[in-house]
Write a protein that binds this ligand. Structure first.
Ligand code: BGC
Ligand code: CA
Length: 325
């Protein structure tokens, strides 16, 4: 039986970036416009928060990815910069931190752009994309953003240019295909992925939202299960959809009590819990005040599917430390 539980009664403005920390068995997620990163321990429901101080290109925090071998180090998307922050395990429950290093800043041509979703590929590189400022969810200047790769030697490359609203990322377990979402294209793409070089090519469409009659749903965050099926968060859709990318068909839908579903990840000891984040942006103040599910974070169990442990950022620690002033 599929069961959907809100983690705590807390809700978030733009909950995003769920990520299961294998080392410490907690769920990380962010509240983008607030500049907060949260960690939630499902065993005792303890929750801790850091607020990241504004960086040189903005104050949004769009993802937080642990560094392999030093999980208290997180690489975050801070404004349109990639920054290193430290969050010790024994930190007080709330803490404000300043970035220890700014690794790169991008999109100088469009100063109000910000980073959005980011995730590590099977080799431990970070793929993170940007988006222009929005006037409402999905309403923004098109083709002013890009998807970037932060390599394990800390060099940066452009993976895909002329992106509008960079979102979900996933790789198949054979590490031959990368799936990617540019939200305002209302499509899920696949690319051939070369794990050794980190290069992608041969873009094709796996699912076209309009052709699949998904109405106004915006495709947002995404993960993949051990059978190679994609699980996609549908903003405005009250749901996560499961797609078999081989045939380009929706094979399951999971309804959620929140409207604006933003992202998904597998977690829990055996990676059979699907953690789901949501957003209050675009929902009336009244509704947000009276319905605590809007902007909630959920644990979905009983799906009969599982994911693989996520890959942390694999960077040489001495090289990373050399960037800290
Ligand atoms: C972005 C939001 C955007 C939403 C649309 C999210 O990833 O952070 O700003 O409104 O995608 O689905
Ligand atoms: Ca997202």
């Amino acid at each position: 039986m599929v069961d959907v539980k809100q983690l705590t009664p807390l809700s978030y403005q733009l909950g995003e970036g769920p990520y299961w920390d294998e080392t410490n068995q907690y769920l990380l997620f962010v509240d983008i416009m607030k500049g907060d990163v949260h960690r939630h321990y499902p065993d005792n429901l303890k929750q801790q928060t850091i607020h990241v101080e504004e960086g040189p290109t903005g104050d949004s925090v769009s993802f937080a990815l642990p560094v392999e071998g030093k999980p208290s180090y997180l690489v975050v998307g801070l404004g349109r910069s990639l920054a290193l922050v430290e969050w010790p395990l024994d930190a007080p429950d709330t803490l404000t931190v300043k970035a220890k290093a700014i690794l790169h800043s991008v999109d100088q041509h469009s100063p109000t752009n910000r980073f959005n979703d980011g995730k590590c590929d099977p080799m431990g590189r970070i793929w993170a994309g940007t988006m222009a400022a929005e006037t409402a969810p999905g309403v923004l200047a098109k083709h002013k953003a890009a998807l970037y790769t932060l390599n394990t030697d800390l060099s940066i490359a452009t993976g895909v240019d002329k992106i509008s609203l960079s979102n979900g990322l996933a790789w198949n377990k054979e590490a031959t295909t990368m799936y990617y979402i540019d939200s305002t294209d209302y499509a899920i793409y696949a690319f051939n992925y070369n794990a050794a070089s980190g290069k992608i090519d041969n873009r094709r469409t796996v699912l076209d939202y309009k052709a699949a009659s998904l109405g106004d749903d915006i495709p947002d965050g995404m993960t993949i299960d051990n059978n190679g099926n994609l699980w996609v968060a549908n903003f405005y859709g009250h749901k996560v959809i499961c797609i078999d990318p081989q045939v380009g068909k929706i094979i399951r839908q999971v309804s959620l009590p929140a409207s604006n579903i933003t992202s998904v990840c597998w977690g829990g000891t055996d990676y059979s819990t699907l953690y789901v984040t949501s957003s209050q942006v675009g929902i009336s103040e009244d509704k947000v005040r009276t319905d605590k599910a809007q902007g909630g974070v959920f644990a979905v169990t009983g799906l009969g599917a599982q994911g693989a442990p996520p890959t942390n950022f694999k960077v040489d620690l001495s090289l990373l430390k050399s960037k800290i002033n």
